[in-house]
Write a protein that binds this ligand. Sequence first.
Ligand code: NI
Length: 140
Amino acid sequence: MIYLTRRERFSAAHRLFRQEWSDARNEDVFGKCSNPNWHGHEYILFVTVKGEVNPETGYVINLKELSKIIKEHIIEKLDHKNINLEVDFMNGKMATTENLAIEIWKQLKTPVNKAGAELHSVKIVETENNFVEYFGIKDL
Ligand code: NI
């Protein structure tokens, strides 16, 4: 088994808040990420796939193909967008990095399989000091 990681970046706006809470409570729980006038992050996305090396190509996955999958399913939908308002797969979800990682995983799982590898993890760096990693749910 060999692991391969592709890095991509996107800039996006969001706000963490619950409609039914006061601005004060939202700020208390979500801090600066609750600013009513939105704010942005320069996100870094790491997509790791795994599999066996194809003896013909020497690849676990064709990177050109992996990059195209990530661009098409994730980057084009998120880059320079408002995560709360404009991203279909984040509809109705809190725009946290945790939820982003889970939803990005769901978007990528099938296309990565079709390209001949298995999705291993989705890692998102939101700020210099905060990042999230998701490894999916183990098949029983
Ligand atoms: Ni934020």
